[in-house]
Design a protein around this ligand. Structure first.
Ligand code: RIB
Length: 311
């Protein structure tokens, strides 16, 4: 029985307002969408939920707004068994929200209004320090202030805690601020924004990962959607393909990948094996609608993994 990893997510929590549509209104126009879904989301929260459903003990550090969504988000963490001691409501701001549009092929467009996520400050990391010092891994994204991300990476490094950064949404960064992390996990568009290099195919992805390594980032895992992932370090690069699945909504697949990867690594698997499993976990999440509600629990995941890996 592998040990139960303790994972902290210092990151965002949003409420997702997902509209399914193939058409978009012109300025001044009103049109009908096909379907709507309301659910808990946010890259940080999604990654926390994925790690929890896969079997980790999860601690969330986040800020929510003084609106209907704030207490509901805290309640959702508690209901799922995630420690929400360090999730606090901020007066006078809205919760983070994400209007999302999904086309019939499953492709999504997301607009994030950060709201209270922007209020998560380095001092909040200090306030959670005693808890953070007890975890095996800290997971971060870019929906909170970058100064908090850099501060948390430095904290993780100082205390010898594994640190995984998902630079989403992509934005220009100070590479010196992230050098202490263990894993940098962008998708193609985030890698493009940060490196300034185009990523249209696997060769581009390898060249881009090479640049990120040269810039001083120790290990890069680039998620490539239906093409799987690229694992890159100074020891070499390996492309690990995706599993064939029928996708209806890809929203949150990257989060499913990161939360499950953190867990599988924490259970002692090699990077390669952790990435292979995370590829399947992320792919399975695209077969359902929404983000957190489309994530598999461990028993369902293990059954899918076994069906593909044992004859
Ligand atoms: O990665 C998907 C997530 O991005 C959504 O849940 C949305 O809230 C945005 O943060």
């Amino acid at each position: 029985m592998p040990k139960r990893p303790r994972i902290a997510v210092v990151g965002s929590a949003n409420v997702d307002l997902t509209t399914f549509t193939d058409l978009f209104p012109k300025p001044g126009e009103t049109i009908f969408g096909q379907k709507f879904d309301l659910g808990f989301g946010g890259k940080g929260a999604n990654q926390a939920v994925a790690a929890q459903l896969c079997g980790a003990e999860v601690f969330m550090v986040a800020r929510v707004g003084s609106d209907l969504f704030g207490p509901a988000t805290i309640e959702n963490f508690k209901k799922l068994g995630i420690d929400a001691t360090h999730v606090k409501q901020v007066a006078g701001v809205s919760s983070g929200v994400a209007p999302i549009f999904v086309e019939s092929g499953g492709q999504n467009r997301i607009l994030v209004v950060k709201g209270a996520n922007d209020e998560l400050k380095p001092s909040d990391v200090d306030a959670a320090a005693e808890m953070l010092k007890t975890v095996d891994c800290i997971v971060l994204q870019f929906e909170i202030p970058l100064e908090t991300v850099y501060y948390t990476i430095a904290f993780a490094r100082k205390h010898g805690i594994r640190c995984i950064l998902n630079p989403a949404p992509g934005q220009p960064i100070d590479v010196d601020g992230i050098k202490g992390l263990d894993y940098f996990v962008p998708n193609e568009s985030e890698a493009e924004t940060i490196s300034g290099m185009p990523v249209r195919n696997l060769d581009d992805a390898k060249a881009c990962a090479g640049k990120l390594l040269k810039d001083g980032i120790g290990r890069v895992i680039m998620t490539l959607g239906a093409n799987g992932s690229l694992l890159a370090s100074r020891d070499g690069m390996e492309h690990l393909p995706a599993f064939a699945l029928k996708s209806i909504d890809s929203t949150g697949a990257g989060d499913a990948f990161i939360g499950s990867f953190a867990l599988f690594l924490g259970e002692g698997l090699s990077e390669r094996e952790a990435v292979r499993r995370a590829n399947l976990y992320a792919g399975l999440s695209t077969t359902g609608v929404g983000t957190q509600k489309s994530f598999y629990d461990r028993a369902r995941f293990d059954a899918e993994w076994k069906a593909r890996n044992e004859s």
